[in-house]
Design a protein around this ligand. Structure first.
Ligand SMILES: Nc1ncnc2c1ncn2[C@@H]1O[C@H](COP(=O)(O)OP(=O)(O)OP(=O)(O)O)[C@@H](O)[C@H]1O
Length: 300
């Protein structure tokens, strides 16, 4: 396998009101092209910080050290990101590309473009969907902006995507507003928008956590199918190791901003090397419950 992104010695420190909090410490990892990698850990362990660092979406006040090398195809025909997605474009300096605002450097011909190279699915689809724009337009806008399609081509793509995420009656769904859909349906739309421009990397950050168990399983199955069909690399962030194990080829376990254990899913689930990983497995859910940590002789 070849790396899609290589993260080296990444340390992320948030600064607020004169205080500093280090959310990631000396973190190194290669994300292999085409793999399904899960990031697991309890609340506050730094999972979302990693996702934001990778996507170039950390707040400008954040202090970062280390680097991320990207191995992306050429950026020929690059279009500006659409207004619905954050602008994470950088500038080229002597072959290296600055990755704003955290000054992580990439080795590829361009920094990763939000929406184009990286698709992002969050826990709350309402955070990424515009409540006053028909969902067809939201998906079409991503395709139009990044792929240079006409509106009619973009709407055709949006309809195909709504079919692919199995939204009932895609024709009328194109004209629906987010509030007319269930939570699971909204997440399907958010996924359709996230993959509309054919990203290489799909980051799903607690994408199923707000859903009930059955819908969770459906969304996991949907993500697995789409990632396979489109040959995407998946970064699946979750506090639920059992859920992640259903989807991931590799699992990285986080604790207090550091990598505790990294391995193939079968090894992590069948023979974890670390007591903390064993504790997560024993819990399955409710990873931050104190009794569990106590049982394993660990402290939160
Ligand atoms: N914008 C921010 N400003 C200051 N501190 C932050 C900020 N974002 C996160 N943190 C802190 O960084 C640490 C890691 O947070 P992060 O959100 O990355 O963890 P997480 O594992 O994703 O947790 P959760 O599952 O609850 O989202 C936490 O201590 C958190 O309070």
């Amino acid at each position: 396998m070849t790396a899609l992104a290589s993260i080296r010695d990444l340390t992320v420190t948030y600064r607020r009101d004169g205080n500093e909090a280090t959310a990631l410490k000396d973190f190194s990892l290669d994300i292999e092209a085409g793999e399904r990698l899960a990031i697991i850990g309890e609340s506050g362990s730094g999972k979302s910080t990693l996702a934001l660092a990778i996507a170039g979406l950390l707040p400008a006040s954040t202090k970062t050290e280390g680097k991320i090398d990207w191995f992306l195809p050429s950026a020929l025909g690059v279009k500006a990101p659409p207004s619905v997605l954050p602008d994470m474009s950088g500038r080229t300096e002597g072959g290296l590309v600055e990755h704003r605002p955290q000054k992580l450097f990439t080795r590829s011909s361009h920094p990763p473009r939000g929406g184009r190279d990286i698709g992002f699915v969050f826990q709350d689809p309402s955070a990424s969907l515009d409540p006053v724009m028909p969902i067809g337009k939201q998906i079409a806008e991503v395709a139009r902006t990044h792929l240079g399609l006409t509106w009619s081509q973009s709407y055709a793509r949006a309809k195909t995507l709504l079919e692919r995420v199995r939204l009932p009656d895609p024709d009328s769904a194109l004209r629906a507003f987010p509030h007319q859909l269930s939570g699971g349906q909204k997440q399907r739309v958010a996924i359709a928008a996230a993959i509309a421009a054919g990203p290489k990397l799909l980051i799903a950050d607690e994408a199923t956590s707000a859903l009930d168990t059955i819908v969770q399983a459906e969304i996991v199955a949907l993500i697995r199918r789409l990632v396979t069909e489109d040959g995407m690399t998946l970064l699946f962030i979750s506090h639920d190791i059992a859920l992640a194990a259903e989807l991931a080829g590799r699992i990285a376990v986080f604790r207090h901003g550091q990598l505790v254990e990294l391995g193939m899913t079968a090894q992590i689930v069948g023979a974890p090397a670390q007591p903390y990983t064993r504790a997560l497995l024993d819990a399955h859910i409710g990873l931050d419950t104190k009794p569990l940590l106590n049982r394993a002789g660990l402290h939160a």
